[in-house]
Structures are given as C-alpha cells and as structure tokens.
Design a protein around this ligand. Structure first.
Ligand SMILES: Nc1ncnc2c1ncn2[C@@H]1O[C@H](COP(=O)(O)OP(=O)(O)OP(=O)(O)O)[C@@H](O)[C@H]1O
Ligand SMILES: [Mg+2]
Length: 103
C-alpha cells in the first residue's frame, strides 16, 4: 500500500504522516517514510531528532549537487540514504526517485 499525504502549507501533512507511519509500524506493518518536502521535517514527527533530520536533508542536497552517488535500487536507497526511526519506520528524504531497478 502506498499513501501520499499532500495539502496546503501548515495544514498538518507532516503530523498526519508521522502518526500514520508510526501507528502502522507499531501494528506490525513494514513502513518506509519518504519525505519529499522542500523543507523536510518528517524526521521530527518520526522521532529521529534534529541531527538525523538535518543529516538526511544534507545527504539529499549532496546527491542533487553530484557530491554523492545516486542509489539505483530501493534497497540501496533505503540502505545508503535511510535511517531507522522509533517504532520501526525506515525514513529517507528524497526529491524524486528516477526509475529504480527492481530489487
Ligand atoms: N490535528 C492537529 N491539531 C492541532 N494542531 C495541529 C494538528 N496537526 C498539526 N497541527 C499543528 O499545525 C502546525 C502545522 O502542522 P504540520 O507541520 O504537520 O503541517 P504541514 O502541512 O506539514 O506544514 P508545512 O507545509 O509547513 O510542511 C504545527 O504547528 C502542528 O503542531
Ligand atoms: Mg510539513
């Protein structure tokens, strides 16, 4: 199942995404959170803290600027550019995903 949360600025997208992801993970589902916001702060809702949230944004910037290699599979993306959040959610911060090869 894929769930996209969109809406106006300040409407509660990040809060809803965080609660939904953590609730599903607590219920035993495998949950991957993809933060595609220009100002990504899902890490705060998921509980990884300021430093990890900023580190993931910095990694995304480095990829965009060609300083870090693109990952080519979902597994690589989550392994290289993800972090484990409390409750079992795997979080990554991405602008877009270009045709990842199947794992
Ligand atoms: N259900 C709610 N009840 C009360 N306050 C809420 C609720 N959901 C979100 N808020 C508050 O509203 C503000 C915006 O929430 P949030 O950051 O989740 O929105 P957003 O849509 O992700 O914002 P942005 O567009 O800036 O990314 C925050 O201060 C948050 O605490
Ligand atoms: Mg937000």
């Amino acid at each position: 199942m894929r769930v996209a949360v969109v809406g106006k600025g300040g409407s509660g997208k990040t809060s809803v995404s965080g609660v939904l992801a953590r609730t599903l993970a607590q219920a035993g589902h495998r949950v991957v959170g993809l933060d595609c916001d220009t100002n990504p702060n899902l890490g705060l809702s998921l509980g990884v803290g300021d430093l990890e949230t900023e580190r993931l944004l910095s990694l995304r910037d480095q990829i965009d600027e060609g300083e870090q290699a693109h990952a080519h599979t979902w597994a690589d993306i989550l392994d290289s550019y993800g972090v484990d959040a409390p409750d079992g959610v795997r979080l990554t911060v991405v602008n877009r995903i270009d045709n990842p090869e199947p794992d």
